[in-house]
Ligand binder design. Sequence first.
Ligand SMILES: [Zn+2]
Length: 97
Amino acid sequence: MLLGVNKIFLTKRVPLQRCPTCDTLLDAATSVNHTHDAKPKDATVCINCGNILQFDGEMNLKVVDVNELKAQPPEVLQAIFEVQQAVFQRIIERANG
Ligand SMILES: [Zn+2]
């Protein structure tokens, strides 16, 4: 899916599962830094609803715990919020037809 960013991203298949917030089926995670492969405890953003999620030890998704989110490095938080903003922008554009 294109989010208006002209970069090559690293995408990893993850267990097929539903977003705990919006119920969308998800089966992949895309890195925003080109090199990082999704791993347990990573924070991620649902491409459909923009909620911030986190992989557990078995790569299943849960809504991120706020304390775990606060523990992320600033550059990770910045990347999360940029992706979330892009998802929200797409939601707004679709709502406006
Ligand atoms: Zn979602």
